[in-house]
Design a binder for this molecule. Structure first.
Ligand code: HEC
Ligand code: HEC
Length: 290
């Protein structure tokens, strides 16, 4: 016995499935419209498989479909079109003198976007994504420049690096006053206190006084009599309370002891000339540009 019966209330036959003794399932077929949509989907899917790339194959490839459609080709076409579009910008940047690029309203959006992207990829790892720097890596947003903040100076720094392996690198190096035994640890401490006193942060005024003479004899040649630095030799301004290597007495002592000698790689040959130009303008624009 199948248990099928006619339901008294609706007059519809049941399927014979019964739950808890009296809950019965009516035998209601799916609506026709629903079925047709369902069949149409199946036909559509088969057609789709035949026409478009669809199934992975055992050989690690996939069925290409009747049209051989490929988004990869599509992308390649779009990239080629974008390149062609950019080419005229590239040419214009190549033809425009560095100091004129910033005045060119048509070029600037392209230069800034390109510069920011290249900076993020190549410079961010050392200087920070926002060029904010960190210990040993200069902040490029502020108005404080080791080697100069004009577009030309920045361009030169990027092209050839600082204490890099490039033949034309910026290379002036602070002497290793401690490591090479030029000054005693006591003299280094005194000089460090004097350096701190230039930004009103000395901890020992007597030591700072003694340090003044040591500074005049050993340091002023590069950092200047007044300690304001010299961009021709990459000697930082010591009076502005902006520190490359930290503002603690021990940081300054270590700088004098070792000479530090931060290294910035050169980019000639690794980035094309137009990209380096874009970077120079971008860095110059970051806020502290001179
Ligand atoms: C491997 C780390 C490193 C990378 C990568 C790097 N830099 Fe530098 N950069 C430095 C260091 C260190 C200095 C400071 C050198 C010194 O002590 O004089 C510096 C200095 C500079 C200066 C001079 C700042 C001043 O005050 O004069 C500029 C400009 C600069 N970098 C731009 C760039 C740009 C643009 C890129 C990317 C193309 C880049 N840097 C990539 C480490 C790096
Ligand atoms: C030959 C030139 C030269 C002489 C001499 C010299 N310096 Fe420097 N000094 C530099 C350069 C270049 C740097 C930057 C080093 C770097 O970027 O890695 C520097 C960096 C420093 C810094 C780091 C500043 C910061 O922002 O962290 C201090 C402090 C300093 N010098 C103090 C001295 C003192 C004190 C003396 C003398 C005992 C001295 N220097 C002598 C060239 C010189």
């Amino acid at each position: 016995m199948s248990g099928k019966e006619i339901d008294q209330v609706t007059g519809v036959e049941t399927t014979g499935h019964v739950w808890d003794g009296d809950i019965k399932e009516l035998n209601k077929p799916l609506p026709k419209w629903w079925l047709w949509v369902f069949y149409a989907c199946i036909v559509w899917a088969i057609g789709y498989w035949a026409v478009y790339p669809a199934w992975p194959t055992l050989s690690g490839s996939y069925t290409k479909g009747y049209f051989g459609y490929s988004q990869r080709e599509h992308v390649a076409e779009q990239v080629a079109a974008a390149k062609a579009d950019q080419a005229r910008y590239y040419q214009q940047i190549a033809d425009t003198p560095l100091d004129q690029i910033e005045k060119n309203q048509e070029l600037m959006p392209f230069v800034m976007a390109g510069g920011a992207a290249v900076f993020g990829d190549n410079c961010g790892p050392c200087h920070g994504k926002g060029a904010q720097g960190g210990p040993g890596y200069p902040n490029l947003n502020d108005d404080d420049w080791l080697w100069g903040g004009t577009p030309d100076a920045i361009h030169q720094t990027i092209m050839h690096g600082i204490r890099s392996t490039d033949a034309e690198t910026r290379q002036m190096q602070m002497p290793r006053f401690g490591l090479d035994g030029i000054l005693t640890p006591e003299q280094i401490r005194d000089a460090a206190e004097y350096v701190l006193s230039l930004s009103n942060s000395a901890t020992d005024q007597e030591a700072a006084k003694r340090g003044a003479t040591i500074f005049a004899d050993n340091c002023a040649a590069c950092h200047g009599e007044d300690g304001k630095g010299n961009q021709d030799v990459g000697a930082p301004n010591l009076t502005d309370a902006i520190w490359l290597y930290g503002n603690k007495l021990s940081d300054v002592e270590k700088t004098i002891e070792t000479g530090r000698g931060g290294v910035m790689p050169f980019w000639t040959g690794r980035l094309d000339p137009v990209t380096i130009k874009m970077l120079a303008v971008y860095v110059h624009s970051l806020g502290g540009g001179k």
